[in-house]
Write a protein that binds this ligand. Structure first.
Ligand SMILES: Cc1ncc(COP(=O)(O)O)c(C=O)c1O
Length: 391
């Protein structure tokens, strides 16, 4: 049986695989036939620092500590990773809870908000995505409610655009003082790189404070430099109560997540919460995550300068491309979405690009470009040439 036939027979997945990976290096991915692709997906914001990054992967490979740490035991690198996260997190976010990935990080945020406020309702953005667990699906796109008949009740959604009207709805909901948390991605990769304006974020924070609803920023996808700041929340000068992290936290060298919160909120979760995570912060993942945060802090200036310089380049190239339809561009740093206005056209462009040696992601009518933050200008240029040849 061929390897793909084996996968089809024995591996469950709701995704249809479109290439078989053999290896990756920097911004390049090779399939098993030896074909080379420029990777503008990097695992959807996982490989932000380039595949095979020696400072990160090297640390993971050199790891020589205990096989596993039992959650009731203490382990010095857990404290070190939590300290490093507190050192880069905005505002008063100082205490981290151990998670295996983004969905679990979101679940801990929901628990913390319910326990801290004693409330049961959640408010989030319509069409958003926060993971695959039942809690995360409940606060995500309402479309899931059609398929799963018993998602969490009391989860309301705010429609985009994020304007005065949306703020009015938010205030009306929060005024009842029964909403535990408002959760969103500060720059929503899942909503086509949706960038709220400053007024929306300032007012949102004000309403949350006033009605004692916790403000949760899901930085699982947009965190760790993707938007040109370490965290997208920084753009708005907001002070979230909880931040959810995953994906690029270990640069792809390991799977790990974290829920970082203020001391007060953490106290409620510590007292009453259920946060035992058997594989949360596995020691090998912790070694990779510590190396990642050190890499980010060591190279912060250069890394973010590269993101912002290349962002200008992507903007200028993409806005000059002649797509079939007018193609609105949403871009902040290297979080880039082009709305091609037609789902089949977007799919066709991505498929043609893949055949031409460029990997893009699609999202309904949009194509998404999420290149590595340290991508070489020449590689970016070649990737954009392939896109231009296939539109
Ligand atoms: C914003 C956001 N939150 C949470 C998640 C869930 O993360 P994971 O797939 O690691 O569970 C994702 C995954 O794409 C995401 O984009």
């Amino acid at each position: 049986m061929s390897e793909t036939a084996l996968e089809r027979k024995y591996l469950g997945s709701s995704e249809t695989p479109n290439l078989q990976v053999s290896r990756q290096q920097g911004s390049i991915l090779f399939d098993t036939t030896g074909k080379k692709y420029i990777d503008f997906i990097v695992g959807w914001c996982v490989g932000n620092f380039g595949w095979g990054n020696l400072e990160i992967l090297g640390a993971a490979q050199r790891y020589n500590g205990p096989d596993y740490i039992y959650p009731e035991h203490s382990y010095a690198p857990w404290g070190e990773l939590a300290r490093l996260l507190a050192s880069i997190a905005p505002g008063k976010l100082t205490k981290s809870f151990r998670a295996t990935g983004g969905s679990e990080a979101v679940e801990f945020a929901l628990q913390a908000a319910m326990l801290h406020t004693g409330r049961r309702k959640f408010l989030s953005l319509e069409g958003s995505y926060h993971g695959d667990t039942i809690g995360a699906l409940s606060i995500g796109d309402s479309e899931s409610r059609r398929k799963y008949k018993n998602l969490l009740p009391f989860c309301d959604k705010i429609d985009t655009p994020l304007d005065e009207k949306a703020l009015g709805k938010i205030e009306t909901r929060l005024k009842r003082r029964d909403v535990a948390a408002f959760i969103m991605e500060p720059i929503s990769i899942n909503l086509g790189v949706l960038i709220p304006d400053q007024t929306f974020m300032t007012e949102l924070q004000r309403h949350c404070r006033r009605y004692r609803t916790l403000l949760v920023m899901d930085e699982v996808a947009c965190g760790f430099g993707r938007t040109g700041r370490i965290f997208a929340s920084e753009y708005f000068g907001i002070d979230p109560d909880i931040m959810c992290l995953g994906k690029a936290i270990a640069g792809g060298a390991a799977g790990i997540g974290a829920t970082v919160m203020t001391e007060e909120v953490a106290e409620s979760l510590e007292e009453e919460g259920s946060t035992w995570s058997t594989f949360g912060w596995h020691p090998r993942s912790v070694a990779a995550a510590i190396a990642t945060i050190r890499y980010i802090t060591r190279h912060k200036k250069k890394l973010l300068e590269n993101v912002n310089r290349l962002s200008d380049y992507f903007r200028s190239r993409l806005s000059q491309m002649e797509f079939e339809n007018a193609a609105p561009l949403n871009i902040r740093g290297l979080a880039i979405s082009v709305d091609l206005g037609d789902e089949q056209y977007a799919e066709r462009v991505a498929n043609k690009c893949r055949r031409g040696g460029l990997l893009l992601s699609t999202q309904e009518t949009r194509i998404l470009l999420l290149p590595a933050l340290n991508i070489d200008r020449k590689v970016a240029e070649r990737g954009l040439d392939i896109l231009e040849e296939n539109i």
